[in-house]
Ligand binder design. Structure first.
Ligand code: CU
Length: 139
């Protein structure tokens, strides 16, 4: 009984370090979802490792957007589309940030190995309007 408060503190600290995991990232990429149906990255190359994506939806888009990261050698404008959406199941999907409201931002951390990636918004119709870009991960 005497030791239990110490144990509680220990587990509390361990939980806190998990919550703060973005601090262990190797790099950060800012992705902005723009009013003219584009995805703008602050870098198109990044070294392999744990990458934090900070995804911001510009205040003036008036639409909810998302960011999906796919690993593919296809050019970002050449993905197969059906019923207004890219068929994500045909690709190796690394992760996504869903439902980012105008003026809001959310982040995710992905562990990316060297290769070519395509980033899209796959809300219906948005990919075809131009919401796609590419990212190269280097060794
Ligand atoms: Cu969108």
């Amino acid at each position: 009984m005497i030791r239990s408060p110490r144990i509680a503190i220990f587990f509390g600290a361990a939980a806190l370090s998990l919550v703060c995991s973005p601090g262990y990232a190797d790099a950060m990429i800012k992705a902005t979802l723009l009013n003219n149906h584009a995805i703008q990255l602050d870098a198109n190359h990044v070294k392999a490792g744990s990458i934090v994506f900070e995804v911001s939806n510009a205040p003036d888009t008036g639409l909810t957007h998302e960011l999906v990261v796919l690993k593919t050698d296809l050019a970002d404008a050449r993905l197969p589309v059906k019923n207004g959406q890219v068929r994500e199941s045909q690709f190796k999907k690394m992760g996504e940030v869903e439902d980012v409201a105008p003026g809001k931002s959310r982040h995710m951390t992905l562990k990316l190995t060297p290769g070519r990636y395509v980033l899209i918004c796959n809300q219906p119709g948005h990919y075809s309007m131009g919401m796609h870009t590419s990212l190269v991960v280097t060794p």
